[in-house]
Design a binder for this molecule. Structure first.
Ligand code: GTP
Ligand code: MG
Length: 482
């Protein structure tokens, strides 16, 4: 048997999770139509007309008749062919390549959502010569056949994962080629500069106007600025795609775990009146005012000297969480007077956030306890146990997180792979711009080299020359059937 290599043969997979009312079986490849007609009997037709939803009986390939079942499919009197075991009544659509989602012949079969039916249909397709698709293989074929570039293919995965309106918007913009268009704008002047430098090198006698070192620097300033602007969207773009990390921190017993539970709407973390209850950091995904977030509960911070070994280890994790989050919620204990220790911890948390330019929301919790501490500076007063002020807190977190969110309709970088490519391209442009000073006598060679590298890095985002391992890594993160 032929080894299943990616991108060869006809593939089949369920494209919607079985268990809903409907499921979809997809077939893509050179023999998709032939295989489909091996187990589909279009009602009243011999063929599947292109791009038309056609009611079909799905049958066991090569099976024998079950009298009475699916009567309309029963062999007409006088026809000799064997009647067949029915599996389901389905609607099939045949999309001939190259104008299909994968760029190849594609057949989509909508069947009833029973996992058993889906399994039988898939088995029928496999028996007729299809093989099971690998994760992301349909999208990979769309990329390889030029239906979409790599950044658009990656956007398909992001769109499927999108849990919030911001994530959805960013993924859709990228899917529709927004990032690719921005990259094309950046590449153009670099390519232009490269052509002129290479003309100097290869055909100095020809009449292409040469590029002076000064002109080179001027020509590279614009794309360098565009790259820097695009790379600057990554901090927020990543938050959009993955959800912001929101860290709850403060003194022991301030009510951090209670607040986590209140924001989640369920008792996720252990709460107790004993200070030092939470030892390890704890993470949970949540929607905060419609924005995807990961809430992180932490061990309370206090004087190290008084803490035992486990508590100290917990505090070290708190500090690590604080330095890797996108927003800190500083939780103050409103149930008692503020002490010097409170002030010290508050300064530590505010200082860490200010150092990295991260937003902070300061809440005074336990506001139900006499509502005292009117003098304590905070953004708002909440009560985790009485569940007051929680909506305002969620709104404030979302507001501070989206203060510098990428504008709708503007390209944003949402994946580390793209960001790394942009930063490398930026580095190459800087090296190219410096080359004339560093090597006044033969800078053209050096510049051409760095410009080509910059273009290669930018091209890797859209997959213009992405190596196979990179493709394999990207598409393996998809689900089967996409
Ligand atoms: N009255 C009142 N009590 C609260 C409120 N929030 C928390 N508590 C109580 O305060 C105590 C400590 O709550 P936790 O949520 O465990 O506090 P924590 O900050 O996670 O504490 P550590 O994990 O030990 O750092 C518990 O007895 C809670 O019931 C509140 O809003 N009002
Ligand atoms: Mg706790």
């Amino acid at each position: 048997m032929e080894a299943p290599t990616p991108n060869s043969g006809t593939i089949a997979a369920a494209a919607a999770p079985a268990g809903g009312a409907l499921s979809i079986l997809r077939l893509s490849g050179p023999t998709a139509l032939k295989i489909a007609l091996g187990f589909l009997r279009p009602r009243g037709k011999a063929e599947l007309p292109p791009r038309r939803a056609t009611l079909c009986d799905a049958v066991e390939p090569g099976g024998r008749a079950v009298p009475g079942a699916l009567e309309k499919n029963a062999s007409a009197p006088g026809t000799a062919g064997p009647a067949e075991h029915p599996i389901d009544e389905v609607v099939a659509i045949y999309y001939p390549g190259p104008n299909s989602a994968t760029g190849e012949d594609l057949v989509e079969v909508s069947c009833h959502g029973s996992p058993y039916v889906v399994k039988r249909l898939l088995e029928a397709a496999l028996a007729l010569g299809a093989r099971t698709a690998e994760p992301g293989e349909f999208t990979r074929r769309a990329f390889l056949s030029g239906r979409m570039d790599l950044s658009q293919a990656e956007a398909v995965a992001q769109l499927i994962r999108a849990k919030s309106s911001g994530a959805h918007r960013a993924a859709l913009f990228q899917l529709q080629g927004g990032l690719s268009a921005e990259l094309a704008r950046i590449r153009e002047p670099i390519l232009d500069a490269l052509v002129r430098v290479e003309a100097n090198l290869d055909h100095p006698e020809e009449d292409i106007p040469s590029l002076s070192a000064q002109e080179l620097q001027a020509a590279l300033a614009a794309p360098a600025k565009l790259i820097a602007d695009l790379a600057a969207t990554f901090a927020r773009g990543r938050i959009l795609a993955e959800g912001a990390r929101v860290c709850l921190a403060g003194r022991p017993n301030a009510g951090k775990s209670s607040l986590l539970n209140a924001l989640l709407g369920r008792e996720r973390a252990i709460v107790s009146a004993a200070p030092g209850t939470t030892r390890d950091t704890l993470e949970e995904e949540a929607l905060i005012s419609g924005a995807a977030a990961v809430l992180v509960d932490t061990a309370g911070l206090r004087e190290e000297g008084d803490a035992d070994e486990v508590e100290q280890a917990g505090m070290a994790r708190t500090r690590a969480a604080l330095s890797s989050c996108d927003l800190t919620v500083l939780v103050l204990d409103g149930g008692r007077a503020q002490t010097q220790d409170d002030e010290r911890v508050r300064q530590e948390i505010l200082g860490a956030a200010a150092h990295d330019g991260r937003p902070v929301v300061t809440v005074l919790n336990k506001s139900d306890l006499a509502g005292e501490n009117p003098a304590v500076a905070c953004d708002l007063r909440v009560s985790a146990t009485k569940r007051t002020g929680l909506d305002a807190l969620a709104r404030l977190i979302a507001e501070r997180l989206s203060a510098d969110a990428p504008e709708p309709g503007r390209a944003a970088v949402t994946t580390l792979r793209h960001q790394e490519a942009l930063l490398s391209a930026q580095g190459e442009l800087a090296l190219a711009a410096r080359a004339p000073q560093e090597r006044p006598s033969d800078w053209e060679d050096r510049v051409a080299f760095h410009l080509r590298e910059a273009l290669r890095e930018l091209g890797s985002v859209t997959g213009q020359d992405a190596p196979d391992e990179v493709l394999a890594q990207i598409f393996s993160r998809f689900c089967v059937g996409k």
